[in-house]
Each structure stands twice: as C-alpha cells, then as structure tokens.
Design a protein around this ligand. Structure first.
Ligand SMILES: N[C@@H](CCC(=O)N[C@@H](CS)C(=O)NCC(=O)O)C(=O)O
Length: 255
C-alpha cells in the first residue's frame, strides 16, 4: 500500500515538474557564494516560495530552510518578529544585513548580489512566473502546506535536492509539514552527464564528474549522485531514495 501511495506521489510530483517547463532544474552557478548561509522562511506549495527556491537552484546557492506551514508555531513567530508580518517567502541574508519579503524582489536580489548578473529576461515577466508557479502546485494541492506534529531535531539536517526533482519534492513537503529546518544543498544540473538517471549510471558504470560543488561533494560522500539525499547528524544516518527518507523522517521525528 505504501508503495502505491509513493508511486502516486512521484506521479503527481512529476506532473508538477512538467507544468513548470523545467524551471528549477538547470544551474548556472553564482559568481559569489555567501560566507554565511542564506536563511529562507517558507513553505512548500506556496507558489511565491517556489520561485525563490527555483532561483536558488538556478544560482547554485544553499540556504537554511525554516519551514512555516499553515498553523505552524515553530518559525512563524520569528518572521513576525524580524519583518513585522507573517508573509512568505522571507529571506534573511546576514552577509548583507538584509531581511526581505516579496518573492520576485528576492529573486532579483539573489541574481544581482550573488549571481552578479542582471536578472534574466524570463524572470522579468512577473505575472508569467507567478501563474506558472501556481499551476505547478495544482497536482499536489495540499502536500507541504499544513503543519503536522513532530519533534524538532537538535542539529540541522542536510538535504541534497533541486527544486524540480519529482523525487525530492515529497521529502521537502514532509519536512515542511513537520517544521523541520534543514540545510538545503542545491544540486541542479549543469552538464549533460548530470542528466543521466542514477539507475542508468549504475548499469553502465558511468561516473558523473560534475563540476558543481554539491554534486561533487555528494559523490565524495555517498559514492554516487542520487537526489534526494538526506544527512542526519543527530542519528548518524544518511540515505538516498525518497520513499526511505519519508519513512525515516516519519519514524524518527513524527509524533
Ligand atoms: N507578493 C508576495 C506574495 C506572498 C504571499 O502571498 N505568500 C502567502 C503564501 S503563498 C503568505 O504569506 N500567506 C500568509 C500565510 O501563510 O500566513 C510575494 O511574491 O512574495
């Protein structure tokens, strides 16, 4: 039964990816990497939050994600305190002493500050981006949105992911519902080899030699690049396979 539900999750998640026409997949890394990790208060299935996560993938920037689902009490108060209202996404950049709302302002800020390049033309057509991002949420209308009971891990989890990965999305949705903060290590695709699916790599013996820092780090750490990949320093566990990660999170931190 679990397998069936997971199959449906992946199918609907793939539909979300397809509806977004490949945004949140490719990476052209930022010229400048922040010294202190960016912090993003957001939740899954918020179309505005998705736009910022897409830009993070595109620029190959990491961020600490503080999930703020509807009904959440863990991080929502921080946003009210820092910014004066509960609106998401909310970015905190300690490097530049900046805290800001408004998804498309945040995207522009990231391109200009860290990409050190002008905002690409497609990002300038704001209504198209908002409509596209909203459409991509339709196949999974509730997932990631409402809080569910959980224990907060002491140390920050790490997730290797890229925004449009149909397999990473259900993991991020669960982390969002459980209000579990994590270091999002973006692993977009930069070279042709990054597109070869892990099972095909295993069959053919192809070892991807991506120049992208998180893909290279994952290869070093896990011996293969398969997204999503979770690292939990609290228990010493690390694993690939979205179904296993979802089950692990529920078992370890669910209430
Ligand atoms: N124009 C804003 C719109 C942000 C927005 O409306 N976000 C919704 C979530 S999708 C929100 O903050 N809702 C209040 C809440 O969840 O409490 C942007 O682009 O960032």
């Amino acid at each position: 039964m679990n397998k069936l539900f997971h199959g449906i999750d992946i199918l609907t998640s793939t539909a979300s990816t397809a509806l977004r026409f490949g945004m949140g997949v490719n990476t052209d890394p930022a010229t400048l990497q922040p010294d202190q990790t960016l912090e993003l208060y957001e939740f899954e299935n918020c179309p505005f939050c998705r736009l910022v996560r897409e830009a993070l993938t595109e620029l190959d920037l990491d961020a600490i994600i503080y999930p703020c689902p509807k009904g959440g009490q863990r991080f929502r108060p921080t946003v009210s305190k820092l910014g004066g209202k509960q609106q998401f996404p909310f970015l905190v950049d300690a490097n530049q002493n900046v805290a800001m709302y408004e998804s498309l302002d945040i995207v522009r800020y990231l391109f200009e500050t860290y990409g050190q390049r002008p905002l690409p033309a497609r990002w300038r057509v704001a209504p198209a981006q908002v409509i596209g991002s909203s459409l991509s949420g339709i196949p999974r209308p509730w997932q990631g949105r409402m809080v569910r009971g959980s224990r907060q891990p002491e140390k920050l989890l790490e997730l290797y992911s890229f925004e449009s990965s149909p397999y990473a999305r259900p993991v991020r949705e669960l982390l969002s519902e459980m209000e579990i903060p994590y270091l999002l290590r973006n692993c977009g695709r930069g070279a042709i080899g990054d597109w070869v699916p892990p099972p095909v790599r295993d069959l053919t013996g192809i070892k991807p030699s991506s120049g992208l820092r998180n893909r290279a780090a994952l290869m070093e750490r896990a011996g293969r690049v398969s997204i999503p990949y979770l690292v939990d320093p609290n228990t010493g566990n690390s694993m690939a396979q979205s179904a296993d990660i979802v089950e692990y999170l529920k078992k370890t931190y669910g209430k």
